[in-house]
Design a binder for this molecule. Structure first.
Ligand code: HEM
Length: 224
């Protein structure tokens, strides 16, 4: 039996540890701090929701093809899909013509392009983005939902915050445990070089999110 130090770190733990600094940076970003501190209006929240729509469209539009992939396939799960929930939120936030005038910020376009590229060419790398978004939505996303409901008066788990509500996941903690077990199994199916590349891609996923926050932050200058 190998000594404990020779056993590989479970992939889920490797991803979490490697991205912990980037996670802190995202949490403490100016845009998130201002938004969740109640210093921005509902227009900024609607803006964030619109940008997320581009990201999730990129994450979800190739789900069917990815379902057959050896590494990414086990993660394709309709219970996670967010595009329809985002569209309901956007109809509430921007009105029925919510697509009119909606454009991706440069950072959002770059983020979505990266996800699309990976979904097509490197599904193991796509997995890094899947983890970064969906496990985050099931975690900190729940905190964001509560604050959004209180700050802008959305109905509990209703229109405006449906993005954060996973109707088909009764027990998020159990789901996350099971998701991490899937990550660990995926890690065992990858060689060391590939594992490291996926971990690097995960950090990049956080950086891409941070860039969207920066672009959004610049749209809402501090009032004098
Ligand atoms: C103010 C914003 C945020 C707050 C308050 C927050 C809070 C949290 C909390 C409390 C957890 C731990 C949950 C647990 O251990 O079960 C968590 C996990 C996580 N968050 Fe965030 N988060 C925020 C932003 C983000 C962003 C922007 C991303 C990425 C786009 C993100 C991605 C993740 C991921 C991937 C995890 C799972 C870590 C793991 O257990 O492997 N979070 N977040």
């Amino acid at each position: 039996m190998p000594a404990p130090e020779q056993q590989p770190v479970p992939f889920s733990a490797a991803l979490r540890t490697a991205s912990s600094e980037e996670h802190r940076a995202a949490e403490q970003s100016s845009f998130m701090s201002r938004l969740l501190g109640g210093h921005l209006g509902v227009d900024a929240y609607a803006d964030l929701t619109g940008q997320l729509w581009y990201v999730y469209r990129a994450l979800e539009s190739r789900a069917e093809e990815l379902a057959g992939h050896r590494v990414a396939g086990p993660f394709v799960d309709r219970a996670l899909l967010r595009t329809a929930a985002l569209e309901r939120d956007l109809a509430h936030l921007r009105g029925p013509g919510w697509r009119d005038g909606l454009t991706p910020l440069p950072a959002t376009a770059a983020y979505a392009a990266r996800v699309e590229e990976l979904a097509e060419r490197w599904p193991a790398g796509y997995l890094a983005h899947h983890y970064t978004r969906y496990l985050g939505d099931l975690s900190g996303g729940q905190i964001i939902r509560g604050i959004a409901e209180r700050t802008w008066g959305f109905a509990r788990k209703g229109d405006g915050v449906r993005f954060y509500v996973f109707e088909e996941i009764d027990n998020p903690a159990a789901f996350k445990r099971e998701y991490r077990a899937r990550l660990d199994a995926a890690g065992l199916a990858l060689d060391e070089v590939e594992r490291r590349r996926v971990v690097e891609e995960c950090k990049r996923a956080f950086v891409l999110n941070g860039a969207v926050f920066r672009d959004l932050d610049a749209r809402y200058p501090l009032s004098a």
